[in-house]
Design a protein around this ligand. Structure first.
Ligand SMILES: [Zn+2]
Length: 515
């Protein structure tokens, strides 16, 4: 492994383009006058000695001097700040290449040691900024963060990781580092360097320990500079087989049996970051494996989070007219058997999806609601006819993610009437083993490591059908559904506290009391 960051970006101004890639720098000079063609010159990183911005009349040029004694490459036609930026970027890259053998980039560093390591990197002088950014991103991946936040304030740049759903402080850097760090991030993500007044989004792929990790970078202007959030899409964390999602054996059995049906809609619900995408991907993988790859499986997503490599995945692109609705319509003309739709959020999409579930397609999707029964109310709210809902939807699954107790430090605890009440229980069930978080080095003092899903599966049945047909208001529908259908999210969560997987506090935090 000798490369941390794979980069492809364009630098463009008038008729000069600078393309900085892994192999080197390509200079494209286009003369737009008739009779003059295109000239291209590639300078490899290992041939390059230095790059500097040079005054050249009113504008500036970029001079790239070479190690191999060949003549310098002069790129003219750049405005001053651009040639300075390009020179700085290339100097950074040369430096990064010189230091990429540094082992701190390729191994996890315990969280408490990260600030010291960064101080060392900053103190090492030139080229520190790329190293600090690479280091923070790499450590984010190693610590299984889902996001890295760079938050600029008056005196400091605060860096935090979101791990297992919660933000944790990593380091506070001098505010003087805000602009260079942000510039580096924007550079990696191929964002416009000269705009710091607009929100922007981009992508970076980093290579770590032999695998590629996809990062999505978004920047937003704030009072003290641009705030960046880097979302980490690490397939090693997010893609799990169905039997490792945290479903109880009976929920898993029901879910698998629904997936084997030729048609019907299965809808997932839960707040953002409750693991719905992981469940959908696990379901797709299961169908693919169990229909021996014969099924035609298509997805329409916003965005495509992981390349599954086994099914056709489409990303919505509203600017180009590719919405969930238009995408789904086209998909239906392409002879699909299984359709995964990122989200149902409007009547048009809902109608196409729900009808597809009635006409020989297995449809998997998500919808926003507080509970499983709430999904039915939501579908009626956006305007679907009750008979469509009752005849197409075969089940709704509500899902949450709870943190699991750290195996190294969790301690047994005696159930109190209060803790039982928080789980919705009156007495201690036989075999109960309540545990509480403690905190040790392995879990960064949090008492928790990793997360698991909690699921409530609500299959369609006659009693539920009647409630939906009666068009009851959301809360009444939820209350009555609880009477006719077994189980709830809290019940499923309580089970995970009783078996010691997580704590009562965690269940209360994530699922809360049901009203
Ligand atoms: Zn621990």
């Amino acid at each position: 492994m000798d490369e941390i960051i794979t980069r492809t970006r364009w630098f463009r101004r008038r008729h000069v383009e600078l393309h900085i890639s892994d192999s080197g720098v390509t200079v494209l000079s286009r003369n737009l006058l008739p009779g003059f063609g295109e000239t291209t010159e590639l300078v490899r990183w290992d041939e390059m000695l230095a790059a500097e911005a040079e005054p050249a009349g009113r504008a500036k040029g970029l001079r790239i001097s070479r190690r191999d004694g060949k003549p310098d490459v002069i790129v003219s036609g750049l405005i001053a700040e651009q040639s300075e930026w390009a020179a700085r970027l290339m100097a950074d890259e040369l430096d990064r290449r010189a230091r990429r053998a540094d082992p701190v980039m390729h191994n996890a560093v315990p969280a408490p040691e990260i600030p010291d390591k960064i101080e060392e990197l900053v103190a090492s002088g030139d080229g520190a900024i790329p190293a600090v950014v690479d280091f923070l991103l790499a450590q984010g991946v190693f610590h299984q963060a889902s996001d890295v936040h760079f938050e600029p304030y008056h005196r400091v740049l605060r860096v935090r990781y979101r791990i297992d759903g919660l933000l944790e402080d990593v380091v506070e850097l001098d505010a003087a580092l805000t602009d260079p760090l942000l510039a580096r991030l924007k550079l990696l993500a191929n964002l416009a360097m000269f705009r710091s007044d607009v929100p922007q989004e981009g992508r970076v792929v980093i290579e770590l320990q032999g695998r590629s990790v996809d990062l999505r970078v978004s920047v937003l202007p704030t009072l003290h500079g641009e705030k960046a959030v880097v979302r980490i899409f690490d397939s090693a964390n997010a893609l799990r087989p169905l039997d490792q999602l945290g479903m109880s054996p009976d929920v898993q059995e029901q879910f698998v049996s629904l997936l084997s049906r030729p048609q019907g809609a299965i809808l997932l619900t839960g707040p953002a970051n409750s693991g719905k995408t992981t469940t959908l991907y696990a379901a797709i993988q299961h169908i693919h494996d169990h229909r021996r790859g014969l099924a035609s499986i298509v997805t329409v997503e916003d965005p495509v989070e992981y390349d599954l490599g086994i099914v056709s995945q489409t990303q919505v692109n509203p600017v180009a007219g590719l919405t969930f609705a238009t995408g789904l319509r086209t998909v239906l003309r392409q002879d699909p058997e299984v359709i995964m739709l990122g989200e149902i959020r409007d009547l048009e999409t809902a109608e196409i999806a729900i009808r597809a579930g009635l006409t020989g397609h297995l449809v998997l999707s998500t919808a926003h609601a507080r509970s499983a029964a709430g999904v039915f109310a939501r579908l009626l709210d956006i305007g679907l006819e009750p008979f469509l809902v009752t005849s197409s939807v075969s089940a709704v699954v509500a899902q949450r993610l709870v943190r699991t107790l750290c195996p190294d430090c969790a301690a047994d605890s005696t159930p109190t009437s209060d803790s039982l009440a928080r789980l919705g229980l009156r007495e201690v069930p036989p075999g109960a083993r309540l545990r509480i978080p403690n905190g040790c080095d392995a879990c960064r003092g949090t008492g928790y490591r990793g997360r698991t899903g909690v699921f409530h599966l609500l299959p369609m049945n006659n009693a539920l059908r009647q409630l939906v047909m009666a068009r009851l208001p959301a809360q009444e529908l939820e209350r009555k559904a609880a009477q006719v259908a077994p189980g709830s999210l809290l019940e499923a969560g309580a089970q995970r506290a009783i078996d010691g997987t997580t704590s009562v506090e965690e269940i209360a935090r994530v699922i809360g009391p049901e009203d």
